[in-house]
Design a protein around this ligand. Structure first.
Ligand SMILES: Nc1ncnc2c1ncn2[C@@H]1O[C@H](COP(=O)(O)OP(=O)(O)OP(=O)(O)O)[C@@H](O)[C@H]1O
Length: 500
C-alpha cells in the first residue's frame, strides 16, 4: 500500500503526495472531492530528490534536481552538415527546485484517514530518496576547487549549487570546507598534505565516516588531486587500512573523467555525492620515462629508466603527434575560446599535417576487428616505422570532451587502456575520422583506424617529441621511451574509491 499525505501547495491547492515504488506522485485534487479525485498528476523519480526537510509539525520542503530540457542535446549543425567547428553537442541544463507544502488543516479528517502522518512520510521519503541521510550530518566534505578551470565558474557553482544542495541534503555547513588550487603543479602538494591530514585523523576518530574529497575543476585539477592523494597513500605505513573517498564535480572544459563515469553536470555530480549509492576503485595509467639505444626488436627489454622523476599517474590521456600538437598549440587560447579552440587549431594543423616516426609495443593486446565489431586477442603487438604515425592517443576515458568519443569502449573502471592510432593518414582521412568520433565513436568502424586495448605499452620516438599527459605538455628526447601500465587505485591495504 503506497504511503500518502494530503497537503496544500504554495498556491494553496489541495494536493496528495504519494510514495509509489521509486517515485513521488503529486496529485492535484479537485476541491469538492479532494481525497479521492485527482485532476492533474505529476511524478518525480526519487533519483531527482536530494533533500527532504520537515518544518515544525506541518511543513515539508522537497528539494529536486531535474534535467530542464533534453532537446538542448542537439548539436549546432546547420542544415545537417557537420564540420569540426559546429559538431559539439550543447550542455544539458539542470534546474533545482524546492517544492514547499503545508499539511492541509482544513481537511485534517481526510489527512488523518490516510495511512500515515507527516513525520512518517518524511522518514519514508528520506530513506528511499537519500538512503544514507543519517550519516550525512557527521560527514566532512573537503572541496579542492580550481577557480580558473573551464569558464571560471567553479567558485560560483560551489556557492550557488553544490554547497546549498549538500546542506539541503543534510550535510552540516560546519563540515564543508574548501581548498583553492594553485598554479604550476602546486595543487599536487596541497592534495598530498590533505591526504596526510585525512590519514592522521582516521587514526584518532574511528567512528566517523571517512571525509569526502571533492575535486571541482577539470581533468588537470583531478590529475593533481589524484597524484597528490596517491603520494600520501604511498607513504602511508600504518597497520590500519587507509581510505580516500573522492568525488568529481566537472567544472573544467573537457571533464573527460567525469564523462567516463557518466557525469555531465555539476548538479548530477552533487547528486552522486548525496545519494552515495556506489563508490568504486578506478584504474589509472602509471607512467615511466626512459630511453634505449638498443637496435633489436626487443628494445623494450633494454630500457634505462629515469629514476629522478616523481611518479605520474594519468587519469585521462597520453597522446603524441596530431592530438598532442592540438593541445600544445591551443594552450594559450584556453581562457578565450573554450573547447572551440581545439577545432580551430586542428584545422590549422590539418593544413600542415605532419607524420611522426616511432615504435610501439603493446603487451597482451586485443585489436578491434571492424568486420566482427569486437576485440580479438593478439599476442604482443608491435607497430614499427614501416608506417609513420599521424594520430596517436592512449585513453582511459571514452570521450576527451563531451561528444568527442575517441575511444568508445574505454572506462576508468576497467583494467585496460585504449589505444587509437591512424598511420600515414592524410588530412581528409583524419578529418573524416574526427567527425565520425563526434558521431558516437563511429570512426573505429573505419579500416583507417587501428584500435587496441592493452594493460602495458611502450612507445619509443625517433625524434624529440611533445607528448600530452592529461592535458600538460611533456618533452621526450630523441629515442626517448614512455612506458605505461594500468594500475588499480585501491590495494589490499588502501581503499581509494570514486563516487559513481
Ligand atoms: N589558482 C590558480 N591560478 C591559475 N591557474 C591555476 C590555479 N589553480 C590551478 N591552475 C592551473 O589550472 C590548470 C588545470 O585546469 P583544469 O584542467 O582543471 O581546467 P580545464 O583545462 O578548463 O579543464 P579540462 O582539463 O577538463 O579541459 C593547471 O594548468 C593549473 O596549473
Amino acid at each position: 500500500m503506497p504511503i500518502s499525505i494530503i497537503v496544500k501547495n504554495q498556491e494553496q491547492k489541495t494536493t496528495r503526495l504519494v510514495l509509489d515504488k521509486a517515485q513521488l506522485v503529486i496529485e492535484q485534487l479537485s476541491n469538492e472531492n479532494h481525497a479521492t479525485e485527482a485532476d492533474r498528476t505529476e511524478t518525480i523519480d526519487f533519483e531527482c530528490i536530494y533533500g527532504v526537510c520537515q518544518h515544525g509539525d506541518s511543513g515539508i520542503d522537497i528539494h529536486t534536481a531535474i534535467i530542464q530540457n533534453l532537446t538542448t542535446e542537439k548539436t549546432d549543425s546547420v542544415n545537417g552538415t557537420q564540420t569540426l567547428t559546429n559538431i559539439r553537442p550543447k550542455d544539458v541544463k539542470w534546474i533545482l527546485k524546492t517544492l514547499r507544502y503545508q499539511i492541509d488543516t482544513e481537511h485534517v479528517a481526510a489527512a488523518a484517514a490516510e495511512p500515515s502522518f507527516l513525520s512518517e512520510f518524511v522518514t519514508q521519503l528520506k530513506n528511499q530518496a537519500v538512503p544514507h541521510h543519517l550519516a550525512l550530518p557527521e560527514t566532512e566534505v573537503i572541496v579542492v576547487l580550481n577557480p580558473t578551470s573551464g569558464a571560471r565558474l567553479a567558485e560560483m557553482q560551489w556557492i550557488s549549487i553544490v554547497k546549498p544542495m549538500l546542506i539541503s541534503a543534510g550535510f552540516a555547513e560546519s563540515n564543508l570546507s574548501k581548498i583553492t588550487t594553485e598554479r604550476d603543479g602546486k595543487t599536487r602538494t596541497l592534495a598530498d598534505a590533505l591526504g596526510q591530514r585525512i590519514l592522521s585523523m582516521s587514526q584518532a576518530h574511528t567512528s566517523k565516516p571517512a571525509p569526502i574529497i571533492v575535486s571541482m575543476g577539470g581533468d588537470g585539477t583531478l590529475h593533481e588531486v589524484v597524484n597528490g592523494l596517491s603520494d600520501a597513500a604511498a607513504a602511508y605505513k600504518e597497520a590500519k587500512q587507509g581510505q580516500f573517498r573522492l568525488a568529481v564535480v566537472p567544472a573544467g572544459s573537457g571533464n573527460a573523467f567525469a564523462l567516463g563515469i557518466g557525469i555531465e553536470s555539476v548538479e548530477q555530480a552533487t547528486l552522486k555525492i548525496i545519494k552515495g549509492l556506489e563508490e568504486k576503485p578506478f584504474y589509472f595509467m602509471d607512467v615511466k620515462f626512459g630511453h634505449s639505444l638498443h637496435n633489436g626488436d626487443n628494445w623494450q627489454d633494454h630500457i634505462e629508466y629515469d629514476a629522478t622523476k616523481k611518479p605520474v599517474r594519468l587519469l585521462v590521456v597520453m597522446s603524441w603527434g596530431f592530438h598532442a600538437q592540438i593541445v600544445s598549440k591551443s594552450r594559450y587560447l584556453r581562457y578565450f575560446m573554450g573547447n572551440k579552440r581545439f577545432s580551430l587549431v586542428a584545422m590549422f594543423l590539418l593544413k600542415f599535417l605532419q607524420q611522426y616516426e616511432g615504435e610501439l609495443v603493446l603487451k597482451d593486446a586485443k585489436k578491434y576487428d571492424q568486420g566482427k565489431q569486437q576485440f580479438e586477442l593478439q599476442q604482443t603487438t608491435t607497430l614499427t616505422s614501416d608506417k609513420k604515425f599521424t594520430y596517436f592517443i592512449v585513453s582511459k576515458q571514452h570521450s576527451l570532451e563531451k561528444g568527442f568519443k575517441i575511444a568508445p569502449f574505454a572506462s576508468p573502471l576497467s583494467s585496460d587502456m585504449d589505444v587509437v592510432v591512424l598511420r600515414d593518414a592524410d588530412a581528409d582521412t583524419l578529418t573524416k575520422a574526427s567527425i565520425a568520433a563526434f558521431q558516437g565513436g563511429e570512426h573505429v568502424k573505419s579500416e583507417d583506424v587501428e584500435y587496441f586495448k592493452t594493460s602495458e605499452l611502450f612507445l619509443r620516438v625517433k625524434d624529440k617529441a611533445e607528448l600530452c599527459l592529461d592535458g600538460e605538455i611533456h618533452d621526450l628526447p630523441s629515442k626517448g621511451i614512455i612506458h605505461l601500465q594500468t594500475e588499480k587505485s585501491s590495494t589490499k591495504k588502501f581503499s581509494f574509491t570514486i563516487f559513481i
